[in-house]
Design a protein around this ligand. Structure first.
Ligand code: NI
Length: 161
């Protein structure tokens, strides 16, 4: 196992790319997942996506119910209408904390580390972490939400005044 270097910067081309689907869960993918887990634990993160360590494939680890869970080719099947705004940080943007709106609940499908297809319902913190990691697989970062959060804040101000 190895602790890998985490890419940083909101203009990094790998962090900004749409990652490719995994065709088969091979031993190499399993080794990558072990290295990602070690890297995430070392950085004290609650999630890590493969593009963050320079690998542009749809692979991530998300802490679900306190357990680091490998997700391969994860997809959101449905989202709750209700969304919640909460401040998020990101290992790839060490200096910035951004309020990000996320669906309160989601249903996802993914392949586990053995390549077995799974489906799960997630809510609150679990749903937030997974939505953050899925954004990484689409080249999206928390700073991209700054504008939408400002719009919500402005709307609220209008009502208050
Ligand atoms: Ni992140």
């Amino acid at each position: 196992m190895a602790v890998l270097r985490i890419l940083t910067g909101d203009d990094n081309p790998i962090l900004r790319a749409r990652a490719k689907p995994v065709e088969r869960v091979t031993k190499d993918v399993q080794k990558l997942l072990r290295d990602m887990r070690e890297t995430m634990d070392h950085a004290k993160g609650v999630g890590l996506a493969a593009p963050q360590i320079g690998v542009s494939f749809r692979i991530c680890i998300a802490t679900i119910d306190g357990k680091p869970t490998p997700l391969i080719n994860p997809k959101i099947l449905s989202k709750s209408k209700e969304s919640v705004i909460c401040e998020e940080g990101c290992l790839s943007l060490p200096e910035s904390w951004t309020p990000v709106p996320r669906a309160k609940g989601i249903a996802i499908s993914y392949l586990d580390a053995k390549g077995k297809k799974k489906e799960r319902q997630l809510s609150d913190f679990n749903a937030r972490v997974v939505q953050h990691e899925l954004d990484h697989l689409d080249g999206k970062l928390i700073v991209d939400y700054a504008e939408s959060v400002l719009r919500v804040a402005r709307k609220k101000d209008t009502v208050t005044i």
